[in-house]
Ligand binder design. Structure first.
Ligand code: AMP
Length: 403
């Protein structure tokens, strides 16, 4: 599809999709001390404001990109953009240590699109852990590259293979997708990466958590060594370091100190006695006027559906998102939530990964996450763009007397 019109794609299949990947990493699971779910939000007003060295108008980019950035209202770069874009434009490999909500997408989209427009022989692949994140990246690419007539393909699971094949045949030069589907295309011979000159890996830490390391290595090994690489990750572990060392060339590291979105989040627990008390307390919280947009996490797909139906029966404007839903259903739920047609979204961790909804005020952990990392990731959905967010985690009051 050319980057001229925003098409109504992807043609989502109605077939429910399975969660193809079970986590294969060895992250410790189990009990998390409830004390770790309690923290006051840092007063961001007293933290030192970042002073950017550039404005978007300073970057030496194609005038079409400059105009599109201006039309999007991007005038002042975020810290990751301010520091990564000049190196990206200069052709360096970039390692960006930043989480979602920091503006990291444009930090790689601007240099990648600029290169695509300057060099008609160049092609880029952008790999993301989830379909939703891949779609958001595509939307950002389409708006920054609007009018360029560059051709793109979105290669994600749960969406029409036919459309993907047509886009690839039409000569897509910007491939955005998830590891599993990209690998499928490589194996079918419908995608060839021999002449791709740019690779972007977004949320590398999440991709490794989801067990995609083998697929990523496989994909990168199909690319020429002489390429530009962008790796983005919120955290860096020895496994990530090994991957980076193997697949980048003397990368510039850009670290965003304030990347822990959780610092803006006021965190507390809600104690409950039994199931009916738990649900009653949830209703009480959601009915509070300060809770204008909340994401409610539950552990399993069944749990999410049950909770969603109960809340709907009690008159809440709610929708649900989990890996058992079709891509079309997930997109619809996300759109309704973004546009405030519903105020509440019940979701599993997998479905909520990478979603960018700017005005979420509250994150409710109806069930505690299995690992603390997931907790940090969940609460980072609130408190975006410097606003204070709130998180409430339900904790069972075992053995305590209640009156
Ligand atoms: P990201 O971390 O790339 O998902 O971006 C988070 C949000 O910030 C998205 O909604 C972007 O559209 C928005 N955004 C990114 N960069 C800028 C900027 N320089 N000025 C204003 N908004 C931005």
């Amino acid at each position: 599809m050319p980057y001229t019109y925003r098409s109504g794609r992807p043609g989502a299949s109605r077939r429910p999709t399975k969660n193809r990947r079970a986590p294969q990493n060895s992250r410790k699971r189990g009990y998390i001390d409830p004390a770790r779910f309690i923290a006051a939000a840092k007063n961001t007003a007293t933290s030192v404001a970042y002073e950017p060295k550039h404005q978007f108008s300073d970057f030496d980019v194609n005038p079409l990109i400059a105009a599109n950035l201006q039309a999007k209202g991007y005038t002042t770069p975020s810290p990751i953009q301010d520091q990564a874009i000049p190196h990206g434009l200069a052709g360096r490999d970039v390692l960006g240590l930043a989480s979602t909500g920091t503006g990291k997408t444009a930090a790689f989209a601007v240099p990648v699109l600029n290169k695509m427009m300057a060099d008609p022989d160049s092609s880029a692949i952008i790999i993301a852990p989830t379909r939703e994140l891949a779609e958001q990246i595509e939307a950002e690419f389409r708006s920054i590259g609007k009018g360029s007539r560059l051709m793109g393909a979105l290669l994600i699971g749960g969406s029409s293979m036919r459309t993907q094949l047509l886009d690839l045949k039409a000569g897509a030069r910007i491939i955005i997708g998830t590891p599993g589907r990209i690998k499928d295309h490589l194996e079918r011979g419908t995608l060839k990466l021999d002449n791709f000159s740019i690779a972007v890996l977004d949320e590398v830490d999440r991709m490794l958590d989801m067990g995609f390391i083998g697929d990523i290595r496989h994909i990168l090994s199909h690319m020429p060594n002489d390429r530009q690489s962008f790796f983005f990750s919120a955290t860096i572990t020895p496994a990530i370091r090994t991957l980076i060392d193997g697949f980048t060339d003397d990368p510039v590291t850009v670290k965003i100190e304030s990347s822990r979105a959780s610092e803006n989040v006021h965190q507390d627990v809600i104690r409950y006695n039994d199931r009916s008390d738990k649900f009653a307390k949830l209703k009480e919280v959601l009915a509070h006027e300060s809770v204008s947009k909340a994401i409610i996490f539950d552990e399993t797909q069944r749990g999410v559906e049950r909770l969603y139906k109960s809340l709907e029966e009690h008159g809440f404007a709610v929708d649900s998102m989990h890996g058992g839903k079709s891509q079309g259903q997930r997109q619809r739920a996300l759109r309704k939530f973004k546009q405030s047609e519903v105020n509440f979204l019940v979701a599993t961790d997998v479905a909520a990964r990478g979603i960018d909804v700017a005005d979420i005020t509250h994150v409710i952990n109806y069930s505690t996450p299995e690992v603390y990392d997931d907790y940090i990731h969940r609460i980072g959905r609130a408190g975006r763009a410097g606003k204070t967010g709130y998180s409430f985690t339900f904790v069972e009051s075992r053995g305590t007397a209640h009156f």
